[in-house]
Design a protein around this ligand. Sequence first.
Ligand code: ASC
Length: 148
Amino acid sequence: MKTIAALALAAVAATLSAPAAAQFAKAEEAIKYRQGALFVIGQHFGRLGAMAQGKIPFDAKAAQDNAEVVLNMSKLPWAGFGAGTEGGKAKPAIWKEQAKYKEHADKFEAEAVKLAAAAKTGNLDNLKAAFGDAAGTCKACHDAYRNK
Ligand code: ASC
């Protein structure tokens, strides 16, 4: 009985913590959610960019920490682009070409994995290369789907 209760609790916890299961009462909340998630990603990504571009000194530990945040956050924004949440800066094209949009999101997620791995090496050149690749996926998606 105890085991069943524990399993049931675990199942509920898993459901609640799954990003894809994020529920929004209103479209505005979904928009706020995705903009908030992307803002946090941008802040941490920006710090990596500053290091990659020599604007701030390279700090291997800080780079690793920032890249971990980018990686952990990289899966989150997309749940905020569900059906009926058109608006904000997002172009309607997202909802008209879901497969293409998902490709962009997947590419960024894959680059976030590589970025975190590069940061872990503690080597600035590795970070620069991975940062450039990841930034390319940010830009490609923004060019296609974000209004200026
Ligand atoms: C950032 C940030 C973005 C991307 C993009 C990459 O740091 O906030 O939106 O990089 O500029 O081209």
